[in-house]
Design a protein around this ligand. Structure first.
Ligand code: HSE
Length: 435
């Protein structure tokens, strides 16, 4: 019988606990090929629903990575630096394979870790880092390996999706729903990581690197979170036939990669518009396969542990390959210039309700040659200022930003306008150009 791979698990939170439960099920295939022999966590005595007393215990995950007799380190600590990074580097340096769910670490230090992995021939796998239980990394890395990808667009943060869905469906406040997401175990330790768009940006960085064959380049993701969205936006967008989602999108035009995370309006028939609650989804456009959509549970104990388990079995059965799908030397340096963005946009204004306001606003837009597609004011709004929203026809974002600056200077405008892109479903794709 082949010798079982010995596994050290660093981090016994939601996902680590879930993984130990999978191993505790003796009928699970994991047990045929692998065994957990060492663990590390902050708290040794916490009840995790599984017996950890038979594993070698380490207070310090870096010590586990350096000294435990393991073939694989599973890193489930989190954080782009600190003990997680030191433990992963230590394991790779000594030739132990690493499986990690740590998207921040991979987004920020992916190239460096891939370099160590290539040098020591220790594998670095991370299906659980993106999309929880949804096989996004493997799909893009392996199934699309023979294709030319032009875009990956996804709902990559379950917490934000849960908040937006609850706000829309039940009229609940942002803060109220966030507290729920934290209780349900979707949210990161620091909620800013989720609601600020950073977690989705980490995941997008990883997917874009694999999809487009470029080095992970987190510094060049344009990131906006969901903090400014209001129930008014959600309702007004709904009246216009759109749903608001946090979209993480990478696009490759043949020479430059652009990456952004932002709220966007999706027509109700967009493939991502009906992905609700804490679900995650990815739409990949690749030639010649066309458009593919993956949907499923993107966070939580079971789904994320299942992805770690799949990576463990890949290692045990000799699969895995390069961390980002190709040798580091073949990954292009990401472009440095932010591409110009063209598409349709939603603009919400808070204005005084008096004659001439709409005329003044449309005048500022016309000055930048921006054409209005729809205009909406809801009757019955109380207060010193009222919301009006408009959508534009396709225009350059830079021109819209100029118009918005001029609109903001109008006396009747009470607060900075809020702009969101309208995400097209393919036939009328948002475009970028260098310049
Ligand atoms: N905080 C993440 C989310 C967990 O809400 O999707 C999974 O990475």
């Amino acid at each position: 019988m082949t010798k079982k791979l010995r596994v050290g698990v660093a981090g016994l939170g939601t996902v680590g606990g879930g993984l130990l439960k999978l191993f505790a099920d003796e009928s699970n295939r994991l047990n045929e090929r692998l065994e957990v022999t060492a663990v590390s966590a902050r708290n040794r005595t916490r009840n995790r629903g599984v017996d950890i007393s038979r594993f070698q215990w380490f207070d310090d995950p870096v010590e586990l990575a350096a000294n435990a007799d393991v073939d694989v380190l599973v890193e489930l600590i989190g954080g782009s630096d600190g003990p997680a990074k030191r433990a992963v580097e230590t394991a790779l340096e000594r030739g132990a394979h690493v499986i990690t769910a740590n998207k921040a670490l991979l987004a920020v230090h992916g190239s460096r870790l891939a370099a160590i992995s290539e040098r020591t021939e220790a594998k670095l796998l991370f299906e659980a880092a993106v999309g929880g239980g949804v096989p996004m990394v493997k799909a893009v890395k392996e199934s699309l390996a023979g294709c030319r990808a032009s875009a990956v667009a996804g709902i990559l943060n379950g917490t934000c999706n849960y908040i937006l869905t609850e706000m829309e469906q039940n009229g609940r406040s942002f803060e109220d729903v966030l507290a729920d997401a934290q209780r349900l175990g979707y949210a990161e330790a620091d909620p800013t990581t989720d609601v600020g768009g950073f977690d989705a940006a980490h995941k997008l960085t990883i997917l874009s690197a694999i999809a487009f064959g470029s080095r992970p380049d987190y510094e060049h993701v344009r990131i906006e979170g969901i903090e400014r969205v209001s129930l008014t936006d959600i309702r007004m967008a709904g009246k216009l036939g759109y749903r608001i989602k946090l979209i993480a999108k990478g696009a490759f035009d043949g020479s430059a990669v652009s990456m952004h995370v932002s709220l966007a309006l999706l027509a109700f028939d967009h493939p991502l518009a009906n992905v609700g609650g804490s679900l995650n989804a990815l739409v990949a456009d690749a030639d010649p396969v066309g458009q593919l959509t993956f949907i499923g549970r993107g966070a939580g104990e079971g789904p994320t542990a299942a992805s770690v388990a799949a990576d463990l079995l890949d290692l045990a059965e000799g699969r895995g390959g390069y961390a980002f799908g190709r040798p580091l030397a073949q990954l292009a340096e990401a472009p440095r210039a932010a591409p110009a963005e063209f598409g349709r946009f939603y603009v919400r204004l808070m204005v005084q309700d008096k004659p001439g306001v709409v005329a003044a606003v449309s005048d500022r837009l016309a000055h930048e040659s921006i054409s209005i597609e729809s205009f909406l004011q809801m009757p019955g709004h109380e207060g010193p200022s009222v919301p009006i929203v408009l959508t534009t026809q396709s225009c350059a974002r830079a021109a819209l930003e100029k118009a918005v600056e001029a609109i903001q200077r109008l006396d009747v405008v009470a607060e900075p306008p809020y702009v969101m892109p309208i995400e097209e479903s393919g036939h009328r794709a948002r475009t970028w150009s260098k310049g």
